[in-house]
Design a protein around this ligand. Structure first.
Ligand SMILES: *[C@@H]1O[C@H](CO)[C@@H](O)[C@H](O)[C@H]1NC(C)=O
Ligand SMILES: *[C@@H]1O[C@H](CO)[C@@H](O)[C@H](O)[C@H]1NC(C)=O
Ligand SMILES: *[C@@H]1O[C@H](CO)[C@@H](O)[C@H](O)[C@H]1NC(C)=O
Ligand SMILES: *[C@@H]1O[C@H](CO)[C@@H](O)[C@H](O)[C@H]1NC(C)=O
Ligand SMILES: *[C@@H]1O[C@H](CO)[C@@H](O)[C@H](O)[C@H]1NC(C)=O
Ligand SMILES: *[C@@H]1O[C@H](CO)[C@@H](O)[C@H](O)[C@H]1NC(C)=O
Length: 399
């Protein structure tokens, strides 16, 4: 099927099948909050390091249907403890909430968004800057990506810490608009100098509804145009980059469809990729639509062509959650990209492995006596799993 017709079908379905949106909560008046909205530039530290922790699949607010249960409350207390422990052990420079912050199908319209401050509270109390992407459970009859975003932005304590953005030009449906890019700069560099690292965030939409055909579980094809135009504008803004974007990490809740053949061909047969692989086969983007084949392909072609580039040098890794039973990072020789799973961080949602967080430590080569490698790369990246009990597992060089 032609790519453009996939996009058109997506648009058509968008008009036909989009479920009713949960109304947005009212935003408290700015006057009531004395914290500044201003966000600091994200930078590497003076030793040339930038450390990022991923909190994935927290699933706050679970109940037995809509009935209150003690275990629901206990899970959330536990999830907050997991994040406190990870933040205390790692002191990351940045946190990414990697989707499924809440379990939307268990939430009430009247107060569903009140679970969001609970999910963010540990990171906020550590004064750690953060950004959110949203997952399939963050959208249901009584909750939406838009409502969670509005709740995050209306939270006084998140001002100056929340880097989450919304881009109406990047998707047709309002719950798919959380596609954005954050720039990370060198510690010492001045205002006009180019970023050293890009963090791309993508919205894989979907939702929990009775009708499976409402599951558009892939990034809107329109995000491909947005990637290309945004890349061009970054290159124009920083002429010193020439034609090459800085290396990127991308975050998307539901794994791209290329993760499935990668798992089948290499991960499941190859013990040299560290990590757990309990969810085999994994559940990739586009899996739940009855008619479309690989509808995430338009988006992924733009990721490959514009962000990863030939040889994949531009993409450090694509990081997903969604499959709580997987936490591997593996590289596909055929697709020339590294696909990583985060670690299930929340006590909510399925899965009973010890909870934790995938950590990325990105180091500038050339900083503090580290020599630039012959590859001509400017960064080196290690990743590991920090477990809630303080243990570190499966440290690997991924770039
Ligand atoms: C909360 O965490 C404790 C310690 O890990 C565990 O024993 C307990 O089962 C957890 N409670 C729930 C409801 O997950
Ligand atoms: C949505 O929330 C309302 C109350 O706020 C509740 O009556 C209703 O059952 C909820 N719907 C679903 C599908 O959970
Ligand atoms: C939301 O409302 C339900 C139903 O009234 C209640 O059981 C629950 O505790 C409320 N949740 C929060 C976070 O206020
Ligand atoms: C196993 O994975 C390693 C990378 O960790 C790769 O170099 C090797 O080619 C893979 N082997 C097979 C049989 O896929
Ligand atoms: C580390 O990887 C091994 C397999 O390579 C796996 O058995 C182990 O559970 C992993 N540890 C964590 C914390 O994911
Ligand atoms: C974006 O650019 C890449 C690389 O040039 C190209 O493969 C892709 O088709 C473009 N996508 C769109 C929607 O323009």
């Amino acid at each position: 099927m032609l790519l453009s017709s996939v996009a058109l079908i997506g648009l058509f379905l968008g008009v036909q099948a989009l479920p009713r949106q949960a109304p947005l909560p009212s935003t408290p008046s700015k006057a009531a909050c004395h914290r500044s909205d201003a966000l600091k530039r994200l930078t590497f530290d003076q030793d040339g390091k930038f450390k990022l922790a991923v909190f994935s699949d927290l699933h706050y607010g679970e109940r037995d249907g809509l009935d209150w249960v003690q275990w629901g409350e206990d899970q959330d207390v536990n999830s907050t403890r997991v994040m406190d422990n990870v933040l205390n052990s790692e002191s990351p420079d940045f946190v990414v909430f990697n989707g499924d912050l809440v379990t939307g199908e268990n939430l009430f319209l009247s107060n569903g968004t009140s679970y969001l401050p609970r999910a963010l509270s540990s990171t906020i109390s550590h004064s750690t800057p953060f950004a959110s992407i949203y997952g399939n459970h963050d959208r249901s009859t009584n909750i939406s990506h838009s409502a969670l975003y509005a709740a995050e932005k209306s939270l006084c304590s998140a001002r100056g810490l929340s880097y989450t953005l919304r881009n109406p030009s990047s998707a047709d449906d309002e719950d798919g608009q959380f596609n954005y890019v954050l720039e990370v700069f060198s510690h010492r560099k001045k205002e006009q100098q180019a970023p050293e690292l890009l963090l791309w965030m993508f919205d894989s939409r979907s939702g929990i509804f009775d009708d499976a055909s409402m599951y558009w579980d892939w990034v809107d094809p329109k995000a491909a145009e947005w990637i290309n135009s945004t890349s061009s504008s970054i290159l124009r803004r920083y002429p010193s980059l020439g034609k090459t974007l800085p290396p990127s990490l991308i975050f998307v809740h539901i794994p791209p469809s290329v993760a499935l053949p990668l798992q089948a061909s290499e991960v499941s047969n190859n013990a040299s990729y560290p990590g757990i692989n309990d969810d085999d086969p994994l559940d990739p983007q586009g899996q739940h639509h009855p008619e479309l084949q690989r509808p995430d392909q338009v988006w992924w072609e733009a990721v490959k062509g514009t962000i990863a580039r030939e040889g994949g040098e531009g993409l450090i890794a694509s990081v997903s959650g969604h499959d709580h039973g997987n936490d591997w990072c593996a590289r596909s020789s055929s697709v020339e990209t590294t696909i990583c799973f985060a670690r299930h961080s929340g006590y909510g949602g399925y899965g009973s492995r010890p909870r934790g967080s995938r950590i990325f430590e990105i180091s500038q080569l050339g900083a503090k006596g580290r020599s630039a490698r012959s590859s001509g790369r400017s960064l080196e990246v290690e990743s590991w799993i920090r477990l809630e009990d303080g243990a570190v597992a499966n440290l690997t060089g991924i770039y």
